[in-house]
Design a protein around this ligand. Structure first.
Ligand SMILES: Nc1ncnc2c1ncn2[C@@H]1O[C@H](COP(=O)(O)OP(=O)(O)OP(=O)(O)O)[C@@H](O)[C@H]1O
Length: 355
């Protein structure tokens, strides 16, 4: 049974959220009926509804507001996760099944900005969870350390362009850490949405970053997900960036078993990342379109693209540089997710040119 203190927190948090003007998907889909049906449930890891929604209860400015403390939460609390997944991923219904992994033909992609006028840099990332481990809120300090050991020794076997070094956050100087963050290579620290979701326990134990010398291939260990695999470079050559990621993931998947769900695809902490887990983004300057941010967001939305600030989600645009990426990650293949961004960015550049 869920204990009295947890129920009390849930009731109080729900009341506040219901009375707020929050625009989160949590508020939209956590009806009284759903709340009452789920408030006493628990996964076999002991995770409750509060573990799923405490970030959204604390941060009414969340876009989504819900995380899965363990993989089972997606089934136990499906009455809440399913409609949120369907809304975010634009129509992935609870009866739908995510398609098998398919990177497609990388050769059919191109440089989205061949004249180098608009795109500052391009990045494609995906997330992976290691089989046999729950997500952040349920991990012990010993598991964090053990996972980091596994990740760094696995990655030390990479060769060629992917060859690099693993740097644990523990022991990294603040200067080096801040420079990596400022240069867009490393995750930021103290994210209040993740903190409230109980995802930052034992920090910095088990957290770190691997990168090759050129910093074009990077792996984050134990930030939001167990692993984030990232390929990035300056300019708009999405074909090169994506090809590098595909090569790396194929190699790493041979060495580490990852959690995959028959219906949901690759499993991640946040439901927005399920399925392909792929976010392909450009840092781009579109001064005419961006003169009216609402307009930029509206046009981007037509192409299923999401607009973020320069330092990522929940940040502002600096120097007119926006982060624009595919929004959908579920119900389509890896290739289709990247192609959606490829085609959409080309359209946005075309519109900007015509303005
Ligand atoms: N195209 C890009 N070029 C350079 N840096 C980028 C690009 N896209 C994202 N970044 C940087 O990556 C970092 C992480 O961004 P952010 O946290 O928004 O996205 P994410 O890693 O995809 O994860 P999540 O969606 O879970 O937040 C930030 O420093 C951001 O500026």
């Amino acid at each position: 049974m869920v204990d009295a203190a947890t129920l009390e927190k849930l009731e109080a948090g729900y009341k506040k959220l219901a009375a707020s003007d929050s625009k989160s998907l949590l508020k939209k889909y956590l009806t009284q009926e759903v709340f009452d049906a789920l408030k006493t449930k628990k996964t076999s890891f002991g995770s409750t509804l509060l573990d799923c929604i405490q970030s959204g209860l604390e941060n009414h400015d969340s876009g989504v507001g819900i995380y899965a403390p363990d993989a089972e939460a997606y089934s136990v609390f499906a009455d809440l996760f399913d409609p949120i997944i369907e809304d975010y991923h634009k129509g992935f219904k609870k009866t739908d099944k995510h398609p098998p992994k398919n990177w497609g033909d990388v050769e059919t992609l191109s440089d989205v900005d061949p004249t180098n006028e608009y795109v500052v840099s391009t990045r494609v990332r995906c997330g992976r969870s290691m089989e046999g481990y729950p997500f952040n809120p349920c991990l012990t300090e010993a598991q964090y350390a053990e996972m980091q050991d596994k990740v760094s020794s696995t990655l030390s076997g990479l060769e060629g362009e992917l060859k690099g070094t693993y740097y644990p956050l523990k022991g990294m100087t603040k200067e080096v850490q801040q420079k990596l963050i400022d240069d867009h290579f490393l995750f930021k620290e103290g994210d209040r949405f993740l903190q409230a979701a109980n995802a930052c326990r034992f920090w910095p134990t088990g957290r770190g970053i691997f990168h090759n010398d050129a910093k074009t291939f990077l792996v984050w260990c134990n930030e939001e997900d167990h692993l984030r695999l990232i390929s990035m470079q300056m300019g708009g050559n999405l074909k090169e960036v994506f090809a590098r990621l595909v090569n790396a993931v194929n190699d790493i998947e041979k060495r580490v078993p990852f959690s995959h769900h028959d219906r949901l695809g690759f499993l991640t902490f946040c439901p927005t990342n399920l399925g392909t887990t792929v976010r392909a983004s450009v840092h781009i300057k579109l001064p005419k379109l961006a003169a009216n941010l609402a307009k930029l967001e509206e046009v981007a939305g037509k192409y299923n693209l999401q607009v973020r600030g320069t330092r990522g989600e929940h940040t502002e645009a600096e120097g007119g540089v926006y982060d624009i990426s595919n929004k959908r990650r579920m119900g389509l293949t890896e290739y289709e997710a990247v192609k959606e961004m490829h085609d959409g960015i080309k359209e946005l550049i075309k519109i900007e040119k015509e303005m």
